[in-house]
Each structure stands twice: as structure tokens, then as C-alpha cells.
Ligand binder design. Structure first.
Ligand code: NAG
Ligand code: NAG
Ligand code: NAG
Ligand code: NAG
Ligand code: NAG
Ligand code: NAG
Ligand code: NAG
Ligand code: NAG
Ligand code: NAG
Ligand code: NAG
Ligand code: NAG
Length: 437
């Protein structure tokens, strides 16, 4: 006798749940829904449980790859809660499609800095490399488990040599219609996520932390860097890190970032842009809403290199690129001990303001709104609470700051304004200059 399809499906779901698998998480977008619907694929019909050597030393990569291959195209891969997996091999996961990856256990990457620097994936942009390369289509990753970047060795190695190529924990290249949810990310050597060439990808309920235990700080540990990607949503997450909480790199469009708790970061940043001469960088249609920002250098930030070679540090140099920043909204942000609640600079990496204005950036900034900010800045730049600095009046248009209820510890609400239309800025513009982050 042939069972009706619906019963067959139901029996698979029951069978899979009985194996201790996680249910797919429910995505609750507040306050906004993204313009494209969330992926909603049918349930998977095969289960693959990933084996482990279980000794805490031996590389489990081959077990992971074989489970992914076996369950690709319609299966559910399970990393059981009680297991710790060791990954010591760079894995290409761009073949994935129609698959659920249920990580309940812990996946720990080895700290073999020599191996990874030779074998990690290269992303060209800003010398980014990664432990694995995630791509493909209709991939759901969730389960409440942990990806442990084992970053301490990297923080210490980087302190000795700033050119150490530290891998990104989650490296994405060419991922579509996918969801990463309910994951714990710890001690990434560098950024936690690099999201390149992606569209319609949702990050939900991601928990990020990983401070250094030595005197060498966990630097450059951005939460998310978006690059050449559109329709990305990042929401309902908690981030304790040491660089941008989220950053929109060249060609990030239609990005929604909402309901985040960020601590210790460099804020939510557009850029840096204009780093490379001859390139045209676009950041367009970004909504950042309902953010709680603590102990950070910035709340909302737009950073653009001037039109002359400049340097932040030995491994961070640039200037001379062009492009366009347009239709950016930052709203409902609470700041607490943040150096600048809002910072726009077109003099990134160039401390000499005269030089910056002598070589104004050709990269335009227009239709930018900051609204409903509240809270307190740190004392670092007081009496300033914000900085709006364009390298010329021609390249910045329609920048609005409204309902900015933010005060410095002394109670002031002044802002450094350079080449601005001050009538659209609800702060006390001054020419007092205290520097940029
Ligand atoms: C993105 O796609 C482009 C075009 O296919 C490719 O050249 C590039 O290597 C991909 N990855 C990144 C990180 O840009
Ligand atoms: C990439 O690394 C090289 C040396 O390893 C360094 O000279 C260069 O400035 C780095 N580029 C960026 C964009 O960080
Ligand atoms: C590498 O990581 C392991 C834990 O996975 C740790 O025991 C070991 O001390 C680390 N090695 C170095 C050089 O930090
Ligand atoms: C960004 O998009 C523009 C316009 O399509 C293109 O000229 C530029 O090369 C792109 N940049 C990157 C880094 O992909
Ligand atoms: C704002 O984000 C917090 C989580 O940080 C969430 O609890 C709250 O419901 C969100 N509020 C709105 C109006 O979206
Ligand atoms: C928040 O960030 C500060 C500054 O980086 C750090 O000292 C503190 O430990 C962080 N809080 C948590 C709960 O991680
Ligand atoms: C501006 O961006 C928002 C998303 O924040 C989008 O809904 C809207 O369509 C964009 N407007 C234009 C004119 O591109
Ligand atoms: C901010 O930093 C201070 C000092 O390190 C710490 O006491 C506080 O808990 C931090 N705030 C958050 C939200 O972690
Ligand atoms: C800043 O740049 C200008 C123009 O090149 C130069 O005259 C001036 O000496 C520089 N100031 C400093 C402090 O280097
Ligand atoms: C800002 O500081 C004032 C005075 O210390 C305090 O009363 C208020 O609660 C703080 N605001 C926020 C949003 O943290
Ligand atoms: C400044 O903004 C006001 C209000 O939007 C506008 O009327 C005025 O034309 C702007 N001035 C310049 C120089 O752009």
C-alpha cells in the first residue's frame, strides 16, 4: 500500500525529531520585515549524524565533509550536543544546497597558525581569509551549538606580527536563500562573519563573545562585514566584540539590521569606503533600527578615506577611491558610554584635516537620516557627542539628524561640523575639533 505524500512527510519529520534533532527556528522580524520574504523550504527527509574521533585532538573535517555530501540535497545533518568536533583542515562548503545543518555540539578550530595561514581561503578584499567557505543555496544552520575559533593564540601571534593572516570564523562566498540562527560564536581570530556575494541571507539570534585573556587585545573582531551582497538581515543578536558590530563594506545594498545589543564595539559602520583607487564603492538602502550600543567608540558611523594616500596603521592603508553612499537610516539607537553617538568622516586614516580638505573625497554621501538617538556618550571627546565631517560641501547632501537626545557627561550636546548644512542637524554644531576614531 502506498502512503499519501503528506503522511510520508509527517513520518519523516517524526523520525527525525525522535533522533534528538532541533526544530527549525521561527524568525521574528521586529520592528521591520525585509523586502524579500524569508526562505521557507520544505522539511528535509534524510538524517546524517556527524561522527567524531572524540579525543579533542584528531581532525574531524573528513567526517563533517562526508555528512554534508551525504545529506546534501534534502537532508538534515546533526552534530549531537555531547560532541566536540576538531577542525584542522580548510573546508570548501560552497556545494551546499537544500540542507539543514543542526549544530548542537561544539566545533573547535585548531590554532595551528602556520597551517591556516597557508591553507585558509583568500577573499582578496582587505586580506580577508577564512577557516571555511560557506556558499550554495537554501542552507539552514542552527541548533544552539558553538563555533569556537580558539582565537587566543591568534591574538598573541598578531601582537608579535601585525601581518599575521588571522582567519575569519564564518566565511561566506556566494550564499543565497539561507538562514543562520541560534548559534554561539566564540573567540574568532578576526571578524566573526565575512558575508560576500550573498543574497537573501538571514542571521538571527547569534551570540558573539570572545575577549582576550592576555594583554594582547582581540582586535579586528567585527561582528559582520558585508561585501558585494544584497538583502541581508541581521537581527535579535547579542555581540560583545572589539571592532565594528556590523559593517557595510563596498557594494552592500538593501541590508536590514535590527534589534541588536552591541557591547565593546566600534559601532555600526558604513565603510570604510574609498580605500582603493580606481574602485567605485556603493552602499545603498540600509536600515539600522532598534540598537542598544554600549562601551563603544561609535554608535552610528560612516567612514570614508580621503582622496590621498593615508594610513590608519601599517596593515590598514588606503585612500583615493570613489563611490556613493545613499539612503541610509539609523533610528532608535540607545547609546551608553559611546565616544561619538554619530560620526561621519571623509578623512578616515588622515589626521591632517588641512590635507584631507585639499584632497576631498569624490565619494558622495546623500539621503542619510539619524533619528531618535538617546543616551550618554563617554568623556573622550566632550563637549562633543558627534562629528559630521565631509571633505567638501559638494559631496555631502541631505544629511539629517533629528530627535538626538544624547548628552556628554558634562551635559553638553555639541557636534563638530565640517562642510555641513547645519540646519538639518539637531545638534549644536561647533568648530571645536577633538579628532576622529
Ligand atoms: C565574488 O564573486 C566575484 C564574481 O564572481 C568573484 O570574482 C569573487 O572572487 C567572489 N568573492 C569575493 C569575496 O569577492
Ligand atoms: C595586506 O597584507 C600586506 C602584507 O601582508 C600589506 O602590505 C597590505 O597593506 C595589506 N592590505 C590591506 C588592505 O590590509
Ligand atoms: C592551542 O589550543 C589548545 C586548545 O585547543 C590549547 O591547549 C593550546 O595551549 C593552544 N596553543 C597555543 C600555542 O596557544
Ligand atoms: C560595485 O558596483 C559597481 C557598480 O556596479 C562596480 O563598478 C564595482 O566594481 C563594484 N565593486 C565591487 C568591489 O564589487
Ligand atoms: C528591540 O530589541 C530588543 C532586543 O535587543 C527587543 O527585545 C525589543 O522587542 C525590540 N523592540 C522593537 C520595538 O523592535
Ligand atoms: C563589554 O565591553 C567592555 C569593553 O570592551 C568589556 O570590558 C566588558 O567585559 C564587556 N561586557 C561583557 C558582558 O562582555
Ligand atoms: C531606501 O531604503 C529603504 C530600506 O531602508 C527601502 O525600503 C527604500 O525602498 C529605499 N528607497 C529608495 C528610493 O531606494
Ligand atoms: C561596559 O563596560 C563596563 C566597564 O568595563 C562594564 O562594567 C559594563 O558591564 C559594560 N556594559 C555592558 C553592557 O557589558
Ligand atoms: C598638514 O598638511 C598641510 C598641507 O600639506 C601641511 O602644510 C601641514 O604642515 C600639515 N600639518 C601637519 C601637522 O603635519
Ligand atoms: C544618561 O545619564 C543620565 C545621568 O547619569 C542617566 O540619568 C540616564 O539614565 C542615562 N541615559 C541612558 C539612556 O542611559
Ligand atoms: C539646507 O537644508 C535646508 C532644509 O532642508 C534647505 O532648505 C537648504 O536649501 C539647504 N541648504 C543647502 C546649502 O543645501
Amino acid at each position: 500500500m502506498k502512503l499519501p505524500a503528506v503522511l510520508l512527510t509527517l513520518s519523516w519529520v517524526v523520525a527525525i525529531v525522535a533522533q534528538g534533532t532541533s526544530r527549525r527556528p521561527t524568525l521574528r522580524p521586529i520592528p521591520y520585515r525585509p523586502r524579500v520574504p524569508f526562505p521557507n523550504p520544505p522539511s528535509r527527509k534524510r538524517l546524517c549524524v556527524v561522527r567524531t574521533h572524540g579525543d579533542g585532538i584528531t581532525d574531524d573535517s573528513q567526517y563533517i565533509l562526508s555528512a554534508f555530501r551525504e545529506c546534501n540535497d534534502g537532508g538534515h545533518v546533526l552534530f549531537p550536543r555531547e560532541n566536540t568536533y576538531i577542525v584542522g583542515t580548510a573546508m570548501d562548503w560552497t556545494f551546499l544546497r537544500h540542507i539543514d545543518i543542526d549544530i548542537q555540539g561544539r566545533i573547535r578550530f585548531t590554532n595551528d597558525t602556520a597551517y591556516w595561514q597557508t591553507n585558509s581561503f583568500r577573499f582578496v578584499f582587505q586580506n580577508v581569509t577564512s577557516f571555511f567557505k560557506l556558499g550554495g543555496e537554501d542552507v539552514w544552520i542552527y541548533g544552539g551549538g558553538t563555533l569556537d575559533g580558539n582565537g587566543q593564540t591568534w591574538y598573541d601571534t598578531h601582537a608579535e606580527n601585525i601581518y599575521t593572516l588571522r582567519p575569519v570564523l564564518v566565511g561566506i562566498d556566494g550564499l543565497k536563500e539561507s538562514v543562520l540562527s541560534d548559534l554561539v560564536l566564540r573567540h574568532s581570530p578576526q571578524y566573526y562573519h565575512f558575508v560576500a556575494n550573498a543574497s537573501n541571507v538571514v542571521f538571527n539570534n547569534i551570540n558573539i563573545a570572545g575577549a582576550s585573556t592576555s594583554k594582547n587585545i582581540a582586535s579586528n573582531t567585527d561582528g559582520w562585514d558585508i561585501y558585494r551582497a544584497e538583502d541581508i538581515t541581521i537581527m535579535n543578536s547579542v555581540i560583545h566584540n572589539g571592532d565594528d558590530c556590523v559593517s557595510f563594506k563596498p557594494n552592500s545594498t538593501n541590508i536590514l539590521v535590527q534589534s541588536l545589543f552591541c557591547n565593546g564595539s566600534h559601532g555600526i559602520s558604513v565603510g570604510s569606503l574609498g580605500q582603493y583607487p580606481g574602485e567605485f564603492d556603493i552602499v545603498d538602502s540600509i536600515m539600522v533600527s532598534n540598537i542598544s550600543m554600549h562601551n563603544a567608540s561609535d554608535g552610528a558611523r560612516i567612514k570614508v578615506w580621503p582622496n590621498t594616500a593615508s594610513a590608519m596603521s601599517g596593515d590598514l592603508q588606503g585612500g583615493g577611491g570613489s563611490g556613493r553612499v545613499r539612503n541610509i537610516t539609523y533610528e532608535d539607537m540607545t547609546v551608553d558610554n559611546v565616544d561619538y553617538a554619530i560620526e561621519i568622516t571623509q578623512c578616515y586614516g588622515q589626521r591632517n584635516l588641512t590635507l584631507c580638505q585639499l584632497y576631498p573625497s569624490p565619494l558622495t554621501i546623500e539621503n542619510v537620516v539619524f533619528r531618535r538617538f538617546r543616551g550618554n556618550t563617554s568623556s573622550k571627546y566632550q563637549p562633543l557627542i558627534a562629528a559630521f565631517a565631509c571633505s567638501s560641501a559638494e559631496v555631502c547632501r541631505s544629511i539629517y539628524a533629528t530627535d538626538i537626545d544624547v548628552a556628554s557627561p558634562r551635559g553638553t550636546r555639541q557636534a563638530y561640523c565640517l562642510n555641513q548644512n547645519t540646519t538639518t542637524l539637531d545638534v549644536e554644531c561647533t568648530s571645536i575639533y577633538r579628532g576622529f576614531n
